[in-house]
Design a binder for this molecule. Sequence first.
Ligand SMILES: [Cu+2]
Length: 118
Amino acid sequence: MSLVLTLVLALGLYVGVSVSQAGETIPTIKVTAKKFEFSPSEITLKKGAPVLLELISLDRTHGFSCPDLGVRADVLPGAPTTIRLEPQKAGRFVFRCDVFCGDGHEEMEGVIIVRDGQ
Ligand SMILES: [Cu+2]
């Protein structure tokens, strides 16, 4: 991926904020799924900083599974699924579609990069 595209994705990542019951402001990251890709396919987070992932499908039911970070959800067309994520370890963690969706299903994946908060 080109540097420019990476930058655009990084800047475009934080598209909104939500306020939790505790009154803290949590950034919301929208992730779309379609055969056979997630967009963005690379999500950069800060260790210890909570985010909401708003998952929506553009075609059929997919899954969003990142066992290393303890998250898993169905991704449905027309109805966003929101999951809260507060990564406690830095690293690169692959997420995958875990609902069989056709010929390209096995390659339908992305990566969450968690950076140390400093
Ligand atoms: Cu799939």
